[in-house]
Ligand binder design. Sequence first.
Ligand code: ZN
Length: 81
Amino acid sequence: MRTFHHQHIKASRKRRQCDWCGEAIEIGQSYESYRWARPGDSGTVRQHPECILAMQQMAEREDWEFDWSPGDFKRGSIDER
Ligand SMILES: [Zn+2]
């Protein structure tokens, strides 16, 4: 069972890397952050708003049974690079 704590951040205070596309989330840009957990594993993911939509699309298609690394996909897209 996974749990999510999803948050919309209006303006990033630090320069971050998007966990979907691998591109930068610049200071002052908005991003989406969520925590996830499953037995023995948990983490925080930060993504561009358009990238979290892409991830949700992928999750529905793959029934959450997929792994990815930052930069595997194009920004805001489920197309692999
Ligand atoms: Zn991104």
